[in-house]
Design a protein around this ligand. Structure first.
Ligand SMILES: C[S@@+](CC[C@H](N)C(=O)[O-])C[C@H]1O[C@@H](n2cnc3c(N)ncnc32)[C@H](O)[C@@H]1O
Length: 239
């Protein structure tokens, strides 16, 4: 693919049907690739990047193995994604993020450390799940420190709501999990309260889950801890 086409395609981050969900869980900041970014994209996108396509994603074809497939939603700068993929390399990871700088940063980390078990897409996770991920095909979802949208008038932007939880649940295999971590207490309470209304899911811990040993600390977690916020872990499973 020509560079120009590659960079233009990377700029498109949602399906525009005119009917799509109007409320977005993100706002876009910088949408421009500087020269250094372009170089990284040129070098590493062919190996690690995927474009949105209106057809089911074949995990086996993409990763060339039968390992469990984990989808991470909103990986930010991707530091946690890269570390987890290296330490817990018994799984494949598909990272979804709309933030261009973060996307390019993870591309460069993956390339630099030759991490083979990660692929990333710069696209709205809601569209990717709806348009590309088959029902019952995912082993786990990671959602680490989703934007809390603290102002009451912005709560509707929170990615985790009843509808989105149902979408995640339908995409999981039986026994698959949803693992969310947040330092925003009231958001955590809200999400725990969604589960009893979702018949496809169960919460094996009743309330919050204990931390897992294999999750590296994220940038947002460090910031939250500096402010002495409580970190709450939420773990649901597909019945
Ligand atoms: C607060 S940041 C957390 C980043 C990272 N998980 C961490 O803990 O450092 C939330 C991220 O989710 C991304 N995001 C929000 N809505 C999204 C969506 N619908 N699709 C893909 N990414 C999304 C944002 O761009 C942002 O980078």
């Amino acid at each position: 693919m020509e560079d120009k086409e590659l960079f233009e395609k990377l700029g498109k981050i949602e399906v525009r049907t005119g009917k799509e969900r109007q409320i977005k869980s993100y706002v876009l900041r910088n949408n421009v690739l500087d020269e250094k970014d372009q170089e990284i994209v040129r070098k590493y996108f062919p190996k690690y990047g995927l474009f949105y396509e209106e057809k089911p994603l074949n995990f086996k074809e993409v990763f060339n193995n039968n390992k469990p497939n984990i989808i991470e939603i909103g990986f930010g700068m991707g530091d946690t994604t890269a570390k987890m993929a290296m330490f817990k390399n018994d799984s494949n990871y598909l990272g979804l993020e709309v933030y261009l700088k973060g996307f390019v940063k993870l591309l460069s980390t993956l390339g630099e450390y030759s991490i083979d078990n990660v692929r990333i897409m710069r696209f709205n996770a809601v569209d990717v799940l709806t348009g590309m991920i088959e029902d019952g095909s995912v082993d786990g979802f990671h959602i680490f420190f989703p934007d809390p949208w603290p102002k009451k008038k912005h709560h509707k932007r929170r990615i985790m709501n009843q509808e989105f939880l149902h979408l995640l649940a339908t995409k999981l295999k039986k026994g698959g999990y949803i693992y969310m971590v947040t330092d925003w207490e009231e958001y955590a309470e809200e999400v725990v309260a969604l589960e009893p209304n979702e018949p496809l899911l169960t919460n094996p811990f009743g309330g919050y889950a204990p931390p897992v040993a294999w999750r590296p600390m994220t940038k947002f977690e460090r910031k939250g801890m500096e402010k002495e916020y409580t970190i709450n872990e939420i773990w649901f499973e597909r019945v």
